[in-house]
Design a protein. Structure first.
Length: 92
């Protein structure tokens, strides 16, 4: 990771998981929410806070640009995938 951005080579290695299938449309993002971001799970047509993980403010993460629903997007953090509120992110 150079300049706190995920390299293209690293992004190509991130595939599979709970939501992305075999090939996601992965991109970089920075957590801009002052209190950080918590994870959510999708239940029917709504999202429920799951507390699977908490991502601190200022952290650089990987998101799947192809997996969005309303204000939520799939994020990859600490070897886990979950939905997060995209309003707390800045896409890079």
């Amino acid at each position: 990771m150079e300049n706190k951005k995920i390299s293209e080579e690293q992004l190509e290695q991130v595939t599979g998981g709970l939501y992305g299938g075999g090939a996601g449309q992965w991109g970089s993002a920075m957590v801009k929410a002052a209190g950080g971001l918590c994870s959510y799970s999708q239940s029917g047509g709504s999202f429920v806070r799951s507390n699977q993980f908490m991502i601190p403010a200022g952290e650089y993460i990987t998101v799947d640009l192809g997996r969005r629903s309303g204000n939520y997007i799939v994020a990859f953090y600490n070897d886990q995938e979950a939905w997060v509120d995209s309003r707390g992110l800045e896409l890079i």
